[in-house]
Design a protein around this ligand. Structure first.
Ligand code: NI
Length: 177
C-alpha cells in the first residue's frame, strides 16, 4: 500500500526510532512492501520507516540506471535494519540532497566520503559493506532519519539551500530520499 509520507514539521520525524526485535515476520514484510511501493511511487532513492510514521530502525534505498538522472551513481536495492554506521577516514564531501519529507527543495550537505555500514536484511541476515560517494551519502541520509535528523539540519551554508526548480532550471537533479 502506498503510504502518506510525513513532511518536515511533523514531530514524528524528529523522534529516535526503536530497533527491530523480530526478523522475517509478516508485520516486517508488510512494512517493507509499503515502503518499497511508496518509494517507487514517488521515484525516491531511499525511504526510512519513520517517514511513513513507523518509528522502527528500518531503511530502504536503491538507485538503478535512469535516463532522467544520467549522472546518478547506481546503488544496489537494499533493505537495512538496525544499522550501525562508521566513518572510514576523515574525508568529507559536499553534494546536493533532497528528501521526500522536504519536497521540492535541495541543499548542499556535507557527509563522510567513505563509510562502513552494518545491519540486517528482512530475514536477519547480516550486512557489512564499505562504500563511498553517492552510496555512502544515501546511507547516511537514511540513517539520520532514524535519529530524527533531517538533511537541512546538516547544512552549513544556507546560500546553498533552495527550491529545486530555481536552483536547477534545466531539471537535471538526483532523486529525493
Ligand atoms: Ni529523507
Amino acid at each position: 500500500m502506498i503510504r502518506n509520507v510525513l513532511r518536515m514539521g511533523d514531530p514524528r520525524l524528529l523522534a529516535r526510532s526503536q530497533p527491530v526485535e523480530a526478523f522475517g515476520t509478516r508485520e516486517l514484510h508488510e512494512l517493507l512492501d509499503d515502503m518499497r511501493e511508496t518509494m517507487s511511487h514517488l521515484n525516491g532513492a531511499g525511504l526510512a520507516a519513520p517517514q511513513i510514521g513507523v518509528l522502527l530502525r528500518v531503511v530502504i534505498f536503491g538507485v538503478s540506471a535512469n535516463p532522467r538522472y544520467p549522472d546518478a551513481e547506481e546503488v544496489p536495492d537494499t533493505v537495512l535494519i538496525n544499522p550501525v554506521l562508521e566513518p572510514i577516514g576523515d574525508a568529507m564531501e559536499e553534494s546536493w540532497e533532497g528528501c521526500l519529507s522536504v519536497p521540492g527543495l535541495r541543499g548542499l550537505v556535507p557527509r563522510h566520503a567513505r563509510v562502513r555500514y552494518r545491519g540486517f536484511d528482512a530475514f536477519g541476515t547480516p550486512i557489512d559493506r564499505t562504500v563511498e560517494g553517492f552510496h555512502a551519502r544515501v546511507v547516511q541520509h537514511e540513517c539520520d532519519h532514524l535519529d530524527g535528523i533531517l538533511y537541512p539540519m546538516r547544512i552549513r551554508d544556507f546560500s546553498s539551500f533552495g527550491f529545486t526548480d530555481v536552483l536547477f532550471p534545466d531539471g537535471r537533479v538526483d532523486p529525493e530520499d
